[in-house]
Design a binder for this molecule. Structure first.
Ligand SMILES: Cc1cc2nc3c(=O)[nH]c(=O)nc-3n(C[C@H](O)[C@H](O)[C@H](O)COP(=O)(O)OP(=O)(O)OC[C@H]3O[C@@H](n4cnc5c(N)ncnc54)[C@H](O)[C@@H]3O)c2cc1C
Length: 576
């Protein structure tokens, strides 16, 4: 059942077996899996509202309108970033059921086998390795193959076809598709399926889209066949302010308030466990408000320490991204649909009527994952920041126009470059005891010289990519960065134009049981406490060289099994 607000919970029984804080990507996986057992009651508390009937988060193409500065966004901004010349940049997070899976760009990329080998290595738990996680990848994924000739576009052997969350391939052809794929093949970089654990190369993107509409954790894991379970309760528009200990180190109580603000506080009890799934910003925010964090830092702002855990909020890692565009000799781009209201209305009518046309896809049909050569001067004398030889240093995204609002005339090509094995680390801290005030978010984008150098190499790679024969007579002129720009000019451009790819992780990081750092153990329980587990992007100790939602879903699927095992939950009567 859905409870729409926290204002009058007096009539409700507020004791549950489990309370999931945050109905986002990971939280809804946990809620679904635990309520498979009809005897386990679960309350999900979500700060945002319903995902239903919000066109911008249903129509895939409108993901570009879903954030920033919308009612479905927490509307965070970073601190001034040294690596970006002192600029602050938007830092969107989903403020809606489904969390960031409801507002993201839907790219579904698991990362490499080496990314997961590193998770296993740092946690000391081989269960986090790629091979051991394959069953959980398949539990998450319901791959929906494209119609027609599919021999050269994906590898069925590496996909799950019976999971919950639909993953599909671009359904609307873009004018640049053939050019990108031809160039990739010519460079011997074509990768038929980058979700095989060996993602290096350039190929078709896979996205969380089902029949032309977004598949989020809200539409999938809380879909119509699950949301009616009598043991599943979802409270919307409700902000968790703190978790409270009953006995020393034992957590069973969640304190919450209407998201609209005010001083009223309510409490609910979890007799078995509280699962924090509030995301890489929300989870450390709640932990620190609850007195769980660096006790010296917390005392300076007047929060009494409950449990000294200095790693809370540290290790924030994210992917910096920059876009380049060119004027092109074609009218077959998506620019007209982005600037011509009549055309845009026609596209929406078509989507409404038949779930076809431009709006059924996200904005990039192809992605590339590339490494610097081993002998690159950039890597000399410094440790390789990637997880291993299967992981990319940088990513390329290909767009058949200008995303957002293009200039009034002309047609364009864009390519974006992102550092996906960054060295810089940032933090989430507090400067107020008010749970309604935003935390201080410093992702430290381009805060390491190596990240700047990797991004420069990525820009150079884009510039040489378009020298291939598929692009002759196509590109007219660069409109952002000159093709002849010096290294210093490239660096000045990236400093002035880079933003976040919105992939923060690591702020409640998993570490080995014996480690003297970290926030959660390999079973994702908070170190030194009982009754409190974290399941969301914040537990990833390193950022995968991939967009992050797939890893979050996979971690959450395994975490659900940890919880079931701990509480002896066998699925007595499987509810569909
Ligand atoms: C604009 C954008 C584009 C992105 N594009 C992609 C992409 O294309 N592909 C990809 O793989 N990844 C993408 N990502 C990243 C990906 O979506 C996230 O890594 C992933 O969804 C994070 O999952 P999570 O469960 O950790 O957090 P979330 O899904 O953000 O869930 C956290 C939930 O907790 C709630 N919450 C937070 N604090 C509280 C509180 N105090 N009380 C109650 N509820 C609370 C939030 O409202 C939210 O619903 C994108 C992210 C954004 C924002």
């Amino acid at each position: 059942s859905i409870i729409n607000r926290a204002t009058d919970p007096a009539g409700l029984n507020l004791t549950f077996d489990f309370i999931v804080v945050g109905g986002g990507t990971a939280g809804n996986v946990i809620a679904n899996r635990l309520t498979e057992d009809k005897d386990s009651s679960v309350l999900v508390i979500e700060a945002g509202g319903s995902n239903e009937d919000v066109l911008n988060i249903i129509v895939p193409w409108f993901c570009i309108r879903a954030t920033p500065d919308t009612p479905q966004d927490w509307n965070y901004t970073t601190t001034p970033q040294d690596g970006l010349g002192g600029r602050s940049v938007p830092y969107p997070r989903g403020f809606v059921l489904g969390g960031s899976s409801s507002v993201n760009s839907m790219d579904y990329t698991r990362g490499s086998k080496d990314d997961y080998a590193r998770f296993a290595r740092v946690s000391g738990d081989d269960g986090w390795s790629w091979d051991r996680l394959i069953p959980y990848m398949r539990k998450n994924e319901r791959f929906s193959p494209p119609i027609g000739n599919t021999t050269e576009v994906f590898n069925p052997a590496v996909h799950g076809f019976h999971g919950i969350n639909t993953v599909s391939m671009p359904a609307f052809p873009q004018g640049t598709d053939t050019r990108v794929i031809d160039t990739a093949k010519e460079l011997k970089e074509f990768n038929i399926d980058m979700n095989s654990g060996e993602p290096l190369g350039i190929g078709w993107v896979q996205t969380t889209i089902k029949n032309g509409s977004r598949s989020s954790s809200a539409t999938s894991y809380l879909g119509p066949q699950y949301i009616g379970r009598p043991n599943l309760h979802v409270m919307l528009n409700t902000l968790v302010t703190r978790v409270l200990q009953s006995d020393a180190g034992v957590f069973q109580t969640v304190e919450f308030a209407p998201s609209s603000g005010g001083s009223t506080r309510f409490r609910a009890t979890a007799t078995k466990e509280i699962i924090l799934s509030a995301g890489s910003i929300g989870t450390p925010h709640i932990l620190m408000n609850s007195g769980i964090g660096d006790s010296r830092e917390l005392s300076t702002i007047g929060i009494a320490s409950v449990h000294n855990l200095p790693s809370v909020g540290k290790n924030l890692t994210d992917h910096p991204i920059v876009r380049l565009s060119w004027l092109v000799n074609s009218t077959d781009t998506f620019d007209d649909a982005n600037r011509n209201a009549t055309l845009a209305a026609e596209e929406l009518m078509q989507w409404n009527a038949t779930r076809t046309g431009l709006l059924v896809d996200s904005v990039s049909n192809q992605i590339g994952w590339l490494r610097l050569p081993d002998d690159s001067p950039v890597l000399q004398g410094v440790p390789d920041p990637s997880a291993g030889p299967l992981s990319a240093h940088f990513e390329l995204l290909f767009e058949n126009g200008i995303v957002g609002t293009p200039p009034p005339t002309g047609h364009y090509l864009s390519m974006s470059a992102a550092v996906v094995s960054p060295s810089a680390r940032g933090s989430v801290t507090l400067n107020s005891t008010d749970p309604f005030s935003s935390p201080v978010i410093d992702p430290n984008l381009l805060g390491a010289a190596l990240d700047v150098a990797i991004l420069r190499t990525a820009v150079r790679t884009i510039q040489s990519f378009i020298l291939g024969p598929a692009w002759s007579y196509y590109i007219i002129a660069p409109i952002s960065l000159n093709d002849t720009a010096s290294d210093a000019e490239v660096d000045a451009y990236t400093q002035a134009n880079t933003g976040s790819l919105f992939h923060p992780i690591g702020t409640a990081a998993m570490s080995a049981v014996t480690a003297d750092y970290g926030v959660v153990n390999p079973d994702l329980k908070v170190k030194g406490l009982s009754g409190l587990r974290v399941v969301d992007a914040s537990v990833l100790p390193f950022i995968p060289a991939a967009h992050t939602q797939a890893a979050v879903y996979i971690f959450a699927e395994r975490a659900a099994d940890f919880i079931k095992e701990e509480f002896g939950i066998t699925v007595s009567e499987l509810q569909v």
